[in-house]
Design a protein around this ligand. Structure first.
Ligand code: 13P
Length: 342
């Protein structure tokens, strides 16, 4: 395959990932994160309970209607459902693209202990090759940027975007679409303009680094935060204000050739994440698709309803597919709050 054909393939996959009316389910929580989530609702965290949890989502009837792809975790991409069928095969059979988280979590940054850098570049090309052989069509790498006193530092942004670019390049070399995820955290009490400033510095640096590493911008998906006040900011914002601020920034920094941007939910409630995405898409069309790649905002209520019990699977699946449908509508600006069930 020529380089040109390879990019065309990556672009076709990227377009599928952000197809209109659909988005991505981020089901790639590490076993440690799942353990914390399960502990909150009193579910024991074992390989089997984690398998049952993933199976609930992946076997939800109609998932392929609203979900274009699922980000898996290393354990999950190797697992099978209770009927013995590989999760990857189950997803492929419903038209859902399997993806894989390839970063290996965060570590404290040297010289700035309140900031983090992402681990996992070592051995990455070999792991990508293995995952591609298992059916992974795209990958994810998350970098976090912290707002605080004197933060983010330029050196934290520089390190994180350099690593993101190296990861993205390795993915494209392996024929896998990289989801490039720089997340400005919602932790703390900063206001919307602090989020905008940090997001602008980060995204500008991300695209500079990607270009320097010769990453094909039309063969990747961006996954970033909305421009939004921190969780404890006394002045919260309306969906319209969030949409205005986010789009103002995106128009300035996102390249036109980018196929799509899939938001993370980052600590927004399920309803906020849907309403904000809808407000953004109401202002479209844009040069890029505006989709979702939610973890918590697609799974939290379903997890509570499931509560680790087989008899609750069906009602949990109904809750999940409803959220997926609402977010699918929000990718078209066609969602309204009165579509929520009581
Ligand atoms: P949230 O939507 O819960 O923020 O998760 C998305 C994700 O994949 C973070 O890396």
């Amino acid at each position: 395959m020529t380089g040109k054909d390879k990019i065309a393939d990556l672009k076709a996959t990227a377009e599928q990932m952000v197809a209109i009316g659909k988005g991505i389910l981020a089901a790639d929580e590490s076993s440690g994160t799942i353990e914390k989530k399960f502990a909150k609702v009193g579910i024991a965290c074992t390989e089997d309970s984690r398998r049952a949890y993933r199976e609930l989502f992946f076997t939800t009837p109609g998932i392929g209607k609203y979900i274009s792809g699922v980000i898996l975790y290393d354990e999950t991409i190797r697992q099978s459902a209770s009927n013995g069928e590989k999760f990857v095969t189950i997803l492929e059979n419903t038209g859902v693209l399997p993806g894989i988280k390839v970063d290996q979590g965060l570590k404290e940054m040297e010289g700035s202990p309140n900031e983090k850098v992402t681990k996992g570049l070592e051995g990455l090309p070999e792991r990508l090759k293995e995952y591609a052989g298992m059916g992974a069509r795209f990958a994810k790498w998350r970098a976090v940027i912290t707002i605080g006193d004197g933060l983010p530092t330029d050196s934290n942004i520089k390190q994180n975007v350099g690593i993101l670019a190296e990861y993205a390049r390795a993915c494209q070399d392996a024929g896998i679409v990289p989801i490039v995820e720089p997340e400005v955290l919602m932790d703390g009490s900063h206001d919307i303009s602090a989020c905008r400033d940090a997001s602008e510095m980060t995204l500008s640096a991300v695209f500079d680094a990607l270009r320097s590493a010769d990453v094909a911008i039309d063969g990747m998906i961006l996954k970033t935060n909305m421009v939004i006040p921190a969780k404890e900011c006394p002045k919260q914002a309306t969906p319209e204000e969030i949409a205005e601020a986010t789009l103002g920034l995106f128009r300035k920094v996102l390249p036109k050739e980018l196929v799509g941007q899939a938001f993370l939910s980052g600590g927004q409630s399920e309803l906020e994440a849907t309403a904000n995405l809808n407000a953004i898409n109401k202002r479209g069309p844009f040069p890029w698709k505006m989709s979702f790649s939610y973890g918590r905002a697609l799974q939290n209520s379903a997890l509570k309803a499931w509560n680790g019990k087989a008899e609750n699977v069906k009602s949990a699946q109904e809750i999940f597919i409803h959220r997926a449908e609402m977010n699918g509508l929000a990718t078209m600006g066609k969602y309204s709050k009165d579509m929520e069930e009581e």
